[in-house]
Write a protein that binds this ligand. Structure first.
Ligand code: RP5
Length: 165
């Protein structure tokens, strides 16, 4: 396992699956865990220790509402933690659209950072995790270079000779 994906609730699963899909596309091994930081702190600590022992190199953590999970994990490990602020889609939704989680995750106090992506942007969390891993793994770096070249070529084609009709 190179990446561990954590999220706080079953209701976060559909959004966090997008990170898993990107990691699969790049052939990156991962494991995913639903653990609530506020309800199951001891289990969370044990699991973070376990994923470190299992060779995890980057952690992605998504949470909604007060969104303590990424920051709590970051306080328990020196592995890089990428936080995904989630819009709460359960019956506990508060109409804030994930702004609560964004501010909670991005505003980590100094010394214990969480690299925070946009609201619901589990995909970008995965791309960033892959970029971090690519520092060490040349084959991943190559895949990223090819992926970016494909994006550039698609963008070049769609922007030329536009028909407004
Ligand atoms: C957060 O609260 C979770 O990440 C989820 O987005 C939200 C609601 O979770 P439940 O209380 O419904 O499990 O902890």
């Amino acid at each position: 396992m190179k990446v561990a994906i954590f999220f706080g609730s079953k209701s976060d699963k559909a959004t966090m699956k997008k990170a898993a899909d990107v990691l699969k596309e790049f052939g990156v091994d991962f494991k995913a865990y639903i653990i609530s930081a506020h309800r199951a702190g001891a289990l969370l600590k044990q699991t973070v220790e376990q994923v470190e022992k299992d060779g995890c190199e980057v952690i992605i953590a998504g949470a909604g509402l007060a969104a303590a999970l990424p920051g709590v994990i970051a306080g328990q490990t020196v592995l890089p933690v990428i936080g995904v602020p989630l819009e709460c889609v359960s019956e506990k939704s508060n109409g804030l659209g994930g702004m609560d989680a964004l501010l909670s995750i991005v505003q980590m106090p100094p010394q214990i950072p969480v690299a925070t992506v946009a609201i619901n942007s589990a995909k970008n969390a995965a791309y960033l995790a892959i970029q971090i891993l690519a520092i060490k793994y040349p084959e991943l770096k190559q895949k990223l270079i090819e992926f970016r070249a494909k994006l550039a070529s698609e963008a070049a084609q769609t922007g030329i000779d536009i028909d407004f009709d």
